[in-house]
Design a protein around this ligand. Sequence first.
Ligand SMILES: Nc1ncnc2c1ncn2[C@@H]1O[C@H](COP(=O)(O)OP(=O)(O)OP(=O)(O)O)[C@@H](O)[C@H]1O
Length: 346
Amino acid sequence: MQEEKKSLIETRDLSIGYHHPRHGQKVLHSNICVKLEAGEFACVLGPNGSGKSTLLQTLCGFLPRLSGEVCIAGNQIDKVSNRQMSLLASVVLTERVTVSNMTVSDLVSLGRTPYTGFFGRLKSRDQELVSEAIRSVGLEGFEERLITNMSDGERQKAMIAKALVQETPLIVLDEPTAFLDLPSRIEIMHLLRKLAHQHNKAILLSTHDLDLALQMADKVWLLAEGRKMETGTPEDLVLTNEFRRFFEREGILFDNDTGQFTVEKQKVKTIRIVGKGIEYKWVSRALARRGFAASDEPFSGFQVEVKSDGKREYLLTGPDGKIQKLRTIEDLLTQLEYEEATLLTE
Ligand SMILES: Nc1ncnc2c1ncn2[C@@H]1O[C@H](COP(=O)(O)OP(=O)(O)OP(=O)(O)O)[C@@H](O)[C@H]1O
């Protein structure tokens, strides 16, 4: 029999939103029934303004829920004291840290407060954890740097390190990758997933990195205005077309095959592309951007032959059979545009 997994977050008929003094209640989402278990790495995805931050803040008790229940590690959230909460959940929100005169080490050490008390001294194990966390987010060497003198991305990494040293079974992060460059985004997502899988933590984060979430999340929670929240493995949500329904909009298509978004072409023209290998792939991509779909059929229109002998040579054949040799993709696109325009004016 399968062992029942421990739920770190569980909601029943939860409604989230805001109370407005004059306009009454603004309900963003209702009837939310979700579960986040130990060892699970889950990503909340949704367009801007869909309610991701509101949901995360409500789950952590930073915002009051409108109705329904939120349980943290099996306890109703109203009955969890602040101290208990600090031992159960570490939370990284998006607001900037503005404390002056605080170094990276000072900030990360604050994550140990639930164990040491606010004025408590760090023991050697606390110090070790702080150093380890700083290392794991790639900030080694930044220990004595003032937080105010760091880039947004570096500061974000320090906040994640602070959450790590808190050693809680649940970590909630609102857009932790927002200010990071692509390698750092991948690194942080890997690190968080590893923590979930190897240290049995429940990790919930919101992100706009759809492709990274598709590749890495165990579960995805999809939010969009006016829609019922959907949850599941990324693959199920792709195969049931939920990703499409949540994210496609005019001019933007979600390709279920590749899991990527593409810009809808206004007009698809075909072009024969001959060749193979990486050069072929990038030429096809550049031509697709200009509205050309590759075709293998013998064709009476334009043809591009891609030499794959490392010489970087593109042979463009026009409908009249004239062949032109081009050295770069930029030249190829310019020539093709010129030839097309000439054809139209003839
Ligand atoms: N304090 C507030 N009072 C009233 N409405 C609010 C408040 N904060 C946010 N909202 C509204 O609630 C909706 C959801 O906002 P939220 O910040 O949760 O979205 P989000 O999905 O996190 O957006 P983003 O991806 O842009 O960060 C938005 O329409 C927003 O304007």
